[in-house]
Design a protein around this ligand. Structure first.
Ligand SMILES: C[S@@+](CC[C@H](N)C(=O)[O-])C[C@H]1O[C@@H](n2cnc3c(N)ncnc32)[C@H](O)[C@@H]1O
Length: 394
């Protein structure tokens, strides 16, 4: 299905386009060539010393690599290029702020009865969001610079678009699209009435659920008001009726047994370990018996090779992601069961990317058994999505 153009898409000037094109190439160089060099350095010089004991842990690899020039150069260029992406996008968004606000207001006035937006000025943004410039994003998700501000939503979307090499598809929604389609194929009898996306940010991965299940009421919640305003305008400009609400996933404002699917993507690794049981417990509470909880996430440490885990954990050390490694160390089956789900209902999947493969090859790929490897959940040409969860017992 062709998605309508996002009316909030940035209007870069020529010099901004040139800068972004430069920094995209720089990132490609870092993530492809420098990453290959890093691995070569490890195998040639570090692994022989480490492996003489026993299989090294990701932490031991990190300890041994962090003083190597290959790693320091890789890390410095990666953080610098990340910073440049924010700066360059930010300049264009600052200039465009008024147009964004006017466009959002017009869309809202024109489509007042399509979906909804519920903000709560009394909601306390958790310190795990407000005290950290998460993944080096100045202002995190929640900062508001003026009334009805959308800036941080625009920053998030445009930084994502300019740093992911098109791997998330033209509408940045490949995770939601691949997983929603996968769920519908696996459960052909499922007719969800209500679907919820936790930590939806700008709703890019919420939208596909409405496409796959048009009869369902689809909700996206987040604590960050500027992202939710942006999400609503984005959804309206794409003719999608989605309900966005400012809410804390640790204490949802929905009645018991009111949803058939609770989904999240790239959310849990930004939640402190002590809060994850609360989030999963809330998901269990609001699911109807038979309903499905599914979280797309980074693959856990114990399901990747030590090298791949070390490589993935880079963000936990240098990208202002303080909860990342704690999440990856968790036993997923155990936390799902602790939240009230029956152990025999636990499930996890590796879903190929619909955007990368196209529908025909994607269906064929689903037939072969997929296991987690170094390309799962990472921006790589063979990208695929890891997800885990459980259905609630009837
Ligand atoms: C990495 S982003 C999620 C990205 C998005 N779901 C996607 O598919 O790319 C994490 C989001 O979770 C939100 N968040 C963090 N803690 C939260 C909480 N306790 N309740 C609701 N949202 C939260 C943040 O504001 C942010 O928008």
């Amino acid at each position: 299905m062709k998605t309508a153009r996002n009316a909030l898409a940035p209007r870069y000037e020529l010099d901004e386009r040139a800068r972004l094109s430069f920094v995209r190439d720089l990132r490609r160089y870092v993530l492809d060539e420098l990453a290959r060099g890093l691995r070569g350095d490890y195998h040639a010089h570090v692994e022989p010393k480490l492996a003489s004991r026993r299989t090294p842990t990701p932490q031991a690899i990190h300890g041994a690599m962090r003083s190597r020039d290959s790693f320091r150069f890789y890390s410095a260029l990666r953080t610098t290029s990340q910073d440049m992406l924010y700066q360059y996008n930010r300049a264009a968004i600052e200039r465009d702020r008024e147009r964004l606000r006017v466009t959002a207001a017009r869309l809202d006035a024109r489509h007042r009865h399509t979906g909804s937006l519920r903000l709560r000025s009394d909601l306390i943004v958790p310190r795990s969001v407000s005290a950290i410039d998460i993944h080096l994003m100045p202002g995190s998700y929640h900062t508001e610079y003026e009334k009805d501000d959308l800036t941080m939503g625009a920053v998030y979307e445009n930084r994502l678009a300019s740093s992911t090499f098109g791997l998330f598809g033209p509408n940045l929604d490949d995770i939601g699209r691949s997983i929603a389609t996968f769920v519908s194929m696996r459960n052909p009898l499922l007719r969800p009435r209500a679907i919820l996306d936790l930590g939806c940010t700008v709703g890019h991965n919420t939208g596909p659920w409405k496409e796959v299940y048009p009869q369902a009421e689809v909700y996206g919640i987040d604590v960050a008001a500027p992202c939710l305003r942006y999400a609503r305008a984005r959804a309206l400009s794409q003719r999608r009726a989605i309900h966005f609400a400012q809410m804390d996933a640790r204490k949802l404002d929905f009645p018991d047994a009111s949803f058939d699917i609770v989904f999240s993507s790239m959310f849990l690794h930004e939640v402190p370990a002590r809060d994850i049981p609360k989030v999963l417990g809330e998901a269990h509470r609001i699911l109807r018996p038979g309903g499905l909880m599914l979280h797309m996430e980074l693959p856990p440490q114990n399901q990747l090779s030590p090298w791949d885990s070390f490589y993935l954990d880079w963000d936990g050390h240098f990208n202002n992601e303080p909860f990342y490694r704690g999440f990856r160390a968790m036993n997923l089956r155990r936390i799902v069961v602790a939240a009230g789900f029956n152990e025999s209902n636990y499930e996890q999947h590796v879903v190929p990317s619909l955007h990368a493969l196209g529908p025909g090859a994607w269906r064929a790929a689903l037939r072969s058994h997929r296991t987690v490897d170094g390309e799962t959940g990472r921006l790589a040409t063979g990208v695929r999505w890891f997800c885990f969860g459980a259905s609630k017992s009837q």
